[in-house]
Design a protein around this ligand. Sequence first.
Ligand SMILES: Cc1cc2nc3c(=O)[nH]c(=O)nc-3n(C[C@H](O)[C@H](O)[C@H](O)COP(=O)(O)OP(=O)(O)OC[C@H]3O[C@@H](n4cnc5c(N)ncnc54)[C@H](O)[C@@H]3O)c2cc1C
Length: 387
Amino acid sequence: MSTALQFDPIRLPPHCVELRKEVRAFLRQEIAAGTFDPHGNESGDMFNRAFSKKVGAKGWIGITWPKKYGGQERSFLERYVITEEFSAHNAPAKLHFTADRQSGPVLIKYASEAIKADILPRITRGECCFGIGMSEPNSGSDLFAASTKATKTDGGYLINGTKVWTSNAHQADYMIALFRTSPATKENRRHGLTSFLVDMKSKGLTINPIYNLTGLHDFNEVVLENMFVSDGNVLGEIDGAWKQATSELAYERSGPERFLETFAVMIELVRVLGDKPDMRAAEALGRLVAQLHTMRRMSVSVNGMLQAGKDPTVEAAVVKDLGTVWEQKLPHRARDIAAFVENDDLRNRAAFEEQLAFATMIAPKLTLQGGTTEVLRGIIARGLGLR
Ligand SMILES: Cc1cc2nc3c(=O)[nH]c(=O)nc-3n(C[C@H](O)[C@H](O)[C@H](O)COP(=O)(O)OP(=O)(O)OC[C@H]3O[C@@H](n4cnc5c(N)ncnc54)[C@H](O)[C@@H]3O)c2cc1C
C-alpha cells in the first residue's frame, strides 16, 4: 500500500519546556553529586540501580502509561523531553530505558492482568531491567527466520535455541523474546513465531558476555536449553507475533536517542572551536546544528503522532535512518572541522580527542542496532509504494 510521508508540524507545548527545566536541574544535581560523569564515555556504571530508582520516584519512567500500573498518563512529548535530556547528558539510564521505551508498552498491550499488575509498577519504580530477545545467529534483519524452538509441554513450553546480541541480558530481570511455536506456512513465511515473557533467572538459561569494540559489556549471547516458560507468559497471539512486532519498532526507532549517541563530540567540538571560530568552521558547525535541529523536529513530530494514536512506522524508520547515519558520520565531520583550529587550551583538545576516539569506535554499531540502514530503507520504500 502506498502512503505519502507525513510529519505533522508539532512543537513542544509550554508544559514540556517547564518539564525540561526540571529534568535538567535534576541531572545537574546528580552530576554535581558525582552520580555520573556527562563526559564519561560509558565507562561508569550505566546500569545504575540507585539512579533508576530516583528517576522512578520522579515519575519519569513509564510516564505515558496508565496510572493503575504506576504510570502518569502524561504525553509522548513529555517522554520525548526526558529521553532527549537523558541522552544529551549521557545519564546512566540503561537499567530502565528498554523497559520504559518498548517492553512496558508491549506488556500493556499483550500481557495478562496479573503480569501487568506485578511487573509494570516495578518498571516505573526503576527496579526492573528488560532485554529484547529477537536476533539469533542465523536471523537478524530477517526476524521471521528465527528458529529457537518452543515445544508445547504441560502448562507451558520448553525452549531450545540461542539468541545473540541481546543488550542488557546480563543485567536484565526479564526479556521479551520471539520463539518458534510452528513452522512457517507457504502462504505466510512470517507465521509461526510467538512472543514470550522470559524470567532471566529461569533454569536452562545461560548468558555468555560479548564485549564490543570499546571493551564494554553491553550485549550477550543467551543460550536456552530446555528452559520452561509457562502458558501465562505468552504475549499475544500464538504463531502471530509478526502482527505485533511493528508497533514495538515504531517506539524503538523514533526517539532522540537515535541521533544523540555521539552528541558529546559536538559539545567538545564547540569548546575546541571557542567563541570566535573562523568562517569555515562556523559554517560547518552551523550546518551540523541545522541538521540536528531538523531531526529533533522530525522526532518530536513522530512522538506527537504516537500521542495522537497514529501509526508512524514509516516516519519512525526515516528518523532512525537519517539520525543514525548522521550520528555515525559526526565524529569524522568533527575531526575535519577541528583539524586546522589552533587551540592553546590543551584541556579542551584532550577532552575532544577522547570523545572522538570513543565515538569513532561505537560508530559502526549505530546503523545496525534496531534495524540496519538497508532494512529501514526497504521499509520506507514499501511505505512509499516503491516496492
Ligand atoms: C549494539 C547492538 C545492540 C543490539 N541489541 C540487540 C538486542 O538487544 N536484541 C536483539 O534481538 N538484537 C540486538 N541487536 C542485533 C541487531 O538487531 C542486528 O544486528 C540487526 O538486526 C542486523 O542483523 P544481523 O547482524 O544478523 O545482520 P544481517 O541480517 O545478516 O545483515 C547483514 C547485512 O545484510 C544487509 N541486509 C540484510 N537483509 C537485507 C535486506 N532484506 N535488504 C537489504 N539488505 C539487507 C544488512 O543491512 C547488513 O548490512 C543489536 C545489534 C547491535 C549492533
